[in-house]
Design a binder for this molecule. Structure first.
Ligand code: ZN
Length: 80
């Protein structure tokens, strides 16, 4: 009897894991993979300052929510 390897199917390629997570700026809502550079360029904050540290801490991971599309479709269906 042949052994099953169910995990093989969902092993992700390494490259995908290396993509930087997108972060959302707590100050202006901009989405960027380089929050450190964003704070320096857009908000003129130097690293190590209190505001910079606060905003870095407040930045939230940005994930696209697939539910949004579903909701839109449902709303459209109900509208008709
Ligand atoms: Zn910002």
């Amino acid at each position: 009897m042949r052994a099953m390897h169910p995990q093989e199917d969902w092993v992700k390629p390494l490259k995908e894991d290396r993509v930087r997570p997108q972060m959302k700026c707590a100050q202006c809502g901009a989405v960027t993979t380089r929050m450190d550079l964003h704070l320096k360029k857009q908000h003129k904050l130097a690293s190590g300052t209190e505001e910079y540290t606060t905003l870095m801490g407040k930045a939230t991971p940005y994930v696209r929510e697939p539910e949004e599309d579903e909701d839109l479709e449902r709303v459209l269906r109900e509208y008709r």
